[in-house]
Design a protein around this ligand. Structure first.
Ligand SMILES: [Mg+2]
Length: 218
């Protein structure tokens, strides 16, 4: 089967972890819980951590257990300055060289994805953004997120490469039969390919296609 789709996680995959965006989203999540549910900061922190661990994201835990107004939540937690993200010309050039359809597959919402891609100057490369809303508010690493994504694309797992910074989000993709690329992740996490930054993706994609060619001819 031929690779047709390169699926990119957004946050901390397309820009480095030290940009601080996810840390700020984490703070916003805690502010939201304190405000909406009247908890202390410490309670909000432990709830957010527990839900993230058990459900994939804090959003999913709040949605299932705490009567969450999910659209308001997503707008609130992603309402933050992205000034630290600058246009990345090297990434823009790299994406222009890559074959196949490039798709964003993110646990965030579309407005956040649009803003991040805009800041990085790489919006033009992505035909589709599959956000957590599009997959029924079920985040990675829940298997249903991946099957919903595949359904939206009309794709088989073997036609997809998933590129992610979070190892636990790669495991279900691998289980389904996608090719996996870990970007700046925990070295202990399994993946077909591991790269220190997204800018190293070019040679990996070449190898994936070469291996695929071998399989077709051999
Ligand atoms: Mg990420």
């Amino acid at each position: 089967m031929t690779i047709r789709f390169l699926l990119f996680d957004l946050d901390e995959t397309l820009y480095p972890r030290d940009a601080g965006v996810m840390q700020e989203i984490g703070q916003q999540i805690r502010r939201y819980i304190v405000r909406e549910y009247g908890t202390t900061w410490e309670e909000a922190d432990s709830l957010a951590r527990r839900y993230h661990r058990e459900y994939g994201t804090s959003m999913r835990g709040l949605l299932l257990n705490n009567d969450l107004d999910v659209e308001r939540y997503l707008a609130f937690v992603h309402d933050l300055p992205l000034g630290l993200l600058q246009p990345n010309h090297a990434l823009d050039a790299l994406l222009a060289e890559l074959p196949d359809e490039k798709v964003i597959f993110t646990n965030a919402d579309r407005p956040h994805a649009e803003r991040v891609l805009g800041q990085l100057g790489i919006r033009r490369h992505f035909d589709r953004i599959i956000d957590v809303v599009a997959v029924g508010y079920i985040p990675k690493p829940n298997l249903a997120a991946y099957t919903a994504c595949l359904h939206l694309l009309g794709a088989q797992p073997a036609e997809c490469v998933l590129i992610e910074d979070t190892g636990r989000n790669l495991a279900p993709a691998k289980q389904l039969g996608m090719t996996t690329v870990l970007v700046d992740g925990d070295p202990a996490d399994p993946a077909d390919y591991k790269i220190p930054t997204i800018l190293e993706l070019g040679p990996v994609v070449e190898r994936i296609f070469r291996r695929q060619g071998d399989r077709v001819t051999g």
